[in-house]
Design a protein around this ligand. Structure first.
Ligand code: AMP
Ligand code: GLY
Length: 429
């Protein structure tokens, strides 16, 4: 079959590479793609947010399955438009996407379905929100209700920071996303992501993974889209693992029954915090994680094309997942200045040498080809360099060895991805 993947990150490169290896794939397209997806698929200049253009391309190119990578088109209902036209879609409808598109909706969903999460209150006016913050005291978490590209969350350690964050939301710092504000209890503990294939109200969990959100070593500096990741997660106990699997199953069952989130077909991403009272949900996302996907999919031995088609067509009984025992560690190479302003157009060298090392795969995000055909930087997060190995240490060493072979001006990376996990649980205390 012909498959179209929407998106342009390292996540979509990882999805495209896994689909390229599928027995079901004939032609593979990525819209708009990046400098790496063009090697495994055909990049097409279609805007993922333009439902009519996506539908037109899918029809013209005989596409049977569309895989929607990022949240924005899902929340905008691009999936609905394609499904209504009879095309199989991997990714939830607009109703299901509200689990990520509205934090208030997600909190109500968790409350209704007995899913453990931080206690919260929602406000649409400044004064009551400030009063509530003062009553609760710091630390406290302030979130813009809508999609704010990962920037709408402030974990406030002081009352002053919390009040500033509330004011910023209502002053329009996050546009419409901040018209409503969700204020949450501050949870403590290591974070852990569990992605799950969901269809017909059933959950098929993937291996757990752990992101590193801060820009610099030692979990310092500003929040980013994610600077490094590994899978599986050695500090998770068997008991925590089974609680997370249960929570994902409960969430999936509710998406099969809930009026607004009905018939969810795609990835449900559980962002967990492993608290003293057990795993609790920090947030749901309605898509694969980035960079989580880059360490989770290489460990999937099953045919991703078959799994995605079964999810999209609502054939839960046909899904069986087989995982490799290998460990995977992914390190993000970013442009100098990221997550702030950065330059583009710097030549990237050494990817072939890096990929010649056993167990190394390099996923592209912000890359492009210049007029001379050279690979150049074109975004904040440039590459995710993944090393796999029989042990965590080996995977980590391989990833860093590969990182050192790749050069571009201003290359920025964290040197401590996975370090805390090697130290054990006490590293979080
Ligand atoms: P979100 O955009 O909801 O994933 O939040 C971004 C990050 O903020 C999370 O990955 C956590 O590190 C942190 N965070 C969000 N909610 C809470 C909470 N209730 N307690 C502590 N940290 C939180
Ligand atoms: N790695 C965090 C996310 O994909 O939302």
């Amino acid at each position: 079959m012909n498959i179209l993947v929407l998106g342009s990150g390292a996540r979509e490169h990882a999805i495209a590479r896994a689909l390229r290896a599928s027995a079901l794939t004939d032609e593979l397209f990525v819209a708009p793609g990046n400098g790496g997806t063009g090697d495994v698929a055909r990049n097409v200049a279609v805007n993922p947010m333009d439902a009519a253009a996506v539908l037109q391309f899918a029809r013209d190119s005989d596409v049977r399955l569309v895989v929607i990578g990022p949240e924005a088109p899902l929340v905008a209902g691009v999936g609905n438009a394609l499904r209504d036209a009879g095309i199989a879609v991997y990714g939830p409808d607009q109703g299901g996407a509200m689990l990520e598109g509205s934090k208030e909706f997600a909190k109500q969903f968790m409350e209704t379905n007995g899913i453990p999460t931080a206690s919260y209150a929602t406000f649409d006016a400044l004064e009551p929100a400030l009063t509530y913050v003062r009553e609760q005291g710091a630390p406290i978490v302030v979130k813009a209700d809508g999609l704010a590209a990962g920037k709408g969350v402030v974990v406030a350690e002081t009352l002053e920071d919390a009040e500033d964050a509330v004011r910023a939301c209502f002053d329009g710092a996050f546009g419409d996303a901040g018209a409503k504000v969700v204020i949450e209890e501050c949870m403590r503990g290591p974070e852990c992501s569990m992605l799950s294939f969901v269809t017909q109200g059933r959950s098929f969990p993937m291996a757990p993974s752990q992101d590193h959100k801060r820009a610099y070593d030692g979990d310092t500096g500003p929040n980013t889209g994610g600077m490094g990741v590994y899978s599986p997660v050695p500090i998770v106990t068997d008991e925590e693992m089974s609680t997370m699997v249960d929570i994902m199953a409960r969430a999936a069952a509710a998406t099969g029954a809930d009026e607004e989130a009905r018939d969810y077909r795609g990835t449900l991403y559980g962002g967990f915090m492993l608290t003293e009272d057990g795993p609790k949900i920090v947030e749901f996302n309605v898509r694969f994680g980035d960079p989580e996907t880059q360490v989770v999919l290489p460990r999937l031995k099953s045919d991703l094309g078959e799994v995605m088609l079964a999810v999209a067509e609502g054939r839960a009984d046909d899904i069986a997942l087989d995982w490799s025992d290998d460990w995977a560690v992914g390190v993000v190479l970013a442009s100098e200045g990221y997550p702030g302003a950065y330059e583009k157009g710097d030549v990237i060298l050494g990817i072939e040498d890096a990929e010649a090392l056993p167990g190394v795969t390099v996923y592209h995000a912000g890359t492009a080809r210049n007029a001379d055909g050279e690979l150049v930087t074109a975004g904040g997060r440039v590459l995710t360099v993944v090393g796999t190995g029989a042990t965590f240490e080996q995977a980590r060493e391989t990833a860093y060895e590969a990182c050192d072979l790749i050069t571009f001006r201003g290359k920025q990376l964290r040197r401590d991805i996975g370090k805390k996990a090697l130290q054990g649980r006490s590293a979080w205390e």
